[in-house]
Design a protein around this ligand. Structure first.
Ligand SMILES: [Zn+2]
Length: 106
């Protein structure tokens, strides 16, 4: 294996593109299940929950990729502070820094 030095932004873009593809595939698959008489073996509530979270995953990844192309990626939408790379590596679609995220939820 050759080791290539990537900058964090490239790695995060790869991660987000991967996330976008994975969730799109999931959403497609779950939508097919939802049209089958046996719902692919799921119960309706579980399936709806999975569809909602796959849809959210697609939206999160798409929004983050758009912010990357606009040059606003990694900047907190609330206080405009830079979001630490360590946080973005854990949560690549993060829109807020940790303190703002906590205020947002609470
Ligand atoms: Zn903030």
């Amino acid at each position: 294996m050759t080791s290539t030095v990537h900058n964090p932004a490239e790695l995060l873009r790869d991660t987000l593109e991967e996330q976008f593809r994975t969730h799109t595939d999931q959403l497609t698959e779950l939508t097919v299940f939802s049209r089958q008489p046996d719902l692919g073996g799921y119960d309706r509530d579980t399936l709806n929950g999975l569809i909602a979270s796959a849809r959210q995953g697609v939206a999160d990844a798409a929004q983050a990729l758009r912010r990357m192309s606009e040059g606003t990626y990694g900047i907190c939408e609330r206080c405009q502070a830079s979001i630490p790379v360590g946080r973005l590596e854990i949560l690549p679609h993060a829109r807020f820094c940790v303190p703002c995220q906590q205020k947002q939820v609470g």
